[in-house]
Design a protein around this ligand. Structure first.
Ligand SMILES: *[C@@H]1O[C@H](CO)[C@@H](O)[C@H](O)[C@H]1NC(C)=O
Length: 238
């Protein structure tokens, strides 16, 4: 049985593939993501212009030189080590100010990540109601389980869960986008990650698909409750 909690992170030093976030042409998409983990926002227009307005709703400004944001030749926008304070609206336009695509991103704070392992009977975060004017429900919206990190032998896999808030009869929203500048000090308002054991056979297709990954396994300190995936070149998204 598993006696310790392992955190799995994958890295790929030379052909680093960053998760690409995309949204249909002329649409607005809302995404929760984890701070500290690189991503690329897609916009299919070379020399596209990107504008940003923080979650506090200040005026949009043109992104041309921010230390951790890069306009890629394809038109997409690369964010390296994004911070919770960089949550907000990212708008891609052409040179005539015609909207291509917009993203509302909630970078949930990776340093508050709640980490549990199924095999250790650790509890994921429970649904809670919060009083904010009216009553709202805070819950975790889980992503699908990611691939097992090994085949043929016991391995582990993980899934990410983002903090969402739901008003009665309304569509749930990522917590940061719902709360905007309100910051109620509440411990339920955080993202989580769940790990479980897995055992998958090695198929030729699977091997090919994963052959270029390098798996690094980091042991989580037993004496600390705070942990985050912050190793060079690692990503929680795969
Ligand atoms: C928590 O709330 C979500 C959203 O309403 C719901 O889908 C889920 O079933 C709830 N979970 C529990 C354990 O009640």
């Amino acid at each position: 049985m598993l006696a310790t909690l392992w955190l799995i992170s994958l890295s790929f030093p030379t052909l680093r593939a960053q998760p690409l976030i995309s949204c249909p042409y002329k649409n607005l998409c809302q995404w929760p993501l984890l701070s500290g983990n690189d991503i690329v926002l897609k916009c299919d227009l070379p020399r596209a212009l990107w504008y940003f307005s923080s979650i506090l709703g200040e005026d949009l400004f043109l992104i041309n030189s921010m230390h951790n944001i890069k306009n890629l030749p394809s038109g997409s926008l690369q964010l390296t080590n994004p911070q919770p304070s960089q949550s907000g609206l990212y708008r891609c336009q052409d040179k005539h100010s015609i909207l291509m695509v917009e993203y509302e991103i909630d970078f949930q704070d990776v340093s508050t990540l709640h980490i549990t392992h199924k095999a250790l009977d650790q509890q994921t975060l429970q649904n809670e109601t919060l009083r904010l004017g009216g009553e709202v429900l805070v819950f975790t919206q889980w992503e699908p389980w990611q691939n097992c990190n090994r085949c043929g032998v016991p391995g582990e896999r993980k899934r990410l869960g983002y903090c969402y808030i739901e008003e009665p009869q309304e569509k749930p929203m990522p917590c940061g986008l719902y709360l905007r500048d309100e910051k109620p000090p509440h411990t339920r308002l955080r993202p989580e990650i769940q790990v479980e054991a897995c055992l998958v056979p090695c198929g030729p297709a699977k091997e090919l698909e994963q052959s270029y990954f390098i798996f690094d396994i980091y042991q989580l300190g037993k004496l600390t409750n705070n942990a985050w995936l912050d190793c060079p070149l690692s990503s929680v998204y795969r």
